[in-house]
Design a protein around this ligand. Structure first.
Ligand SMILES: [Zn+2]
Ligand SMILES: [Zn+2]
Length: 81
């Protein structure tokens, strides 16, 4: 698996995101947690830990079943502005 590209997002940029929950663990996203965004849809975002566990068993998005290339994942960290 290649290195993941990590982007930092300030709170306003992740506002929509932090109102959502990770469908894998059903927990809401919080500032300062790390997330991974899948290439299939910008709103298909999961906790980095959750999606790595998921992708060790499956190579498809848990939401839309799109096939995921692990090198195309984008890591994000939500930070306070
Ligand atoms: Zn999760
Ligand atoms: Zn998806």
């Amino acid at each position: 698996m290649g290195r993941l590209h990590t982007e930092e997002y300030t709170a306003p940029a992740t506002q929509a995101l932090t109102n959502e929950e990770c469908v894998i663990c059903m927990e809401q996203f919080r500032i300062a947690e790390s997330f991974t965004r899948l290439p299939c849809d910008p709103r298909h975002v999961f906790h980095t830990d959750c999606i790595s566990t998921w992708l060790s068993r499956s190579d498809r998005c848990p939401m839309c079943k799109a096939e995921i290339t692990k090198s195309s994942l984008v890591d994000m960290i939500a930070i306070r502005s």
